[in-house]
Design a protein around this ligand. Structure first.
Ligand code: 5GP
Length: 189
């Protein structure tokens, strides 16, 4: 059986990356399986251990680092660790399915370095101003938190050119379609 391929999806927060992944994950012709990362953050309402993330304590996470369990890991937010498990990559890829990773920009580029044949996709907001408006409309963050997220997004967008392809999420339907087409073309190579 042929081994599966690796698709990395990164984006500044608030760009709609998770929504796009959820829309395409079930497409039978893409044969995708989601890479369930480990994290030391607490589960949010509606999240299931082993499905959305492997929820670990910080101590368990650090033990995993020492054992060499991770392909990559990052402290994406202060005190909150996220990492891609080697076991997750082999479980999916060895089964012949294509692995899709929803990971931050630094992690994404690390995975691309380790697996140069992977497809690295970067989802972009139409502009920084639009991203700010979206975050404001979400009404979940303080002004300071929004300023912080926007500054982080501006920084992350400086890495967009290091990715193989960029998709601008101006219109969600078009962004989903474009992402689907890029992955389809990549897996058919
Ligand atoms: P959230 O806490 O909102 O689920 O995720 C926060 C950020 O962590 C997102 O940008 C997400 O892509 C990133 N992330 C999730 N899993 C991993 C991982 O395994 N490694 C890295 N480097 N980032 C991750």
């Amino acid at each position: 059986m042929a081994t599966g391929k690796i698709i990395i999806v990164s984006a500044p927060s608030g760009t709609g990356k998770s929504t796009i992944i959820k829309r395409i994950i079930g497409d039978s012709d893409l044969n995708l399986s989601f890479s369930v990362s480990a994290t030391s953050r607490s589960p949010r309402t509606g999240e299931t251990d082993g499905v959305d993330y492997h929820f670990l304590t910080e101590e368990e996470f650090r033990e995993g680092i020492s054992r060499g369990d991770f392909v990559e890991y990052e402290e994406v937010y202060p005190g909150r660790l996220y990492g891609t498990l080697k076991s997750e990559v082999s479980r999916v890829v060895d089964s012949g399915r294509n692995l899709i990773l929803d990971i931050d920009v630094c992690g994404g580029l690390n995975v691309k370095r380790l697996y140069p044949n992977a497809l690295a996709l970067f989802i972009m907001p139409p502009s920084v101003a639009t991203l700010r408006t979206r975050l404001e409309q979400r009404n979940t963050d303080t002004k300071e938190a929004i300023d912080g997220r926007v500054a982080k997004a501006e920084y992350e967008m400086t890495f967009a050119d290091s990715y193989d392809c960029r998709v601008v999420n101006d219109d969600l339907e078009k962004a989903v379609e474009q992402t689907r087409a890029l992955i389809k073309e990549y897996i058919s190579r």
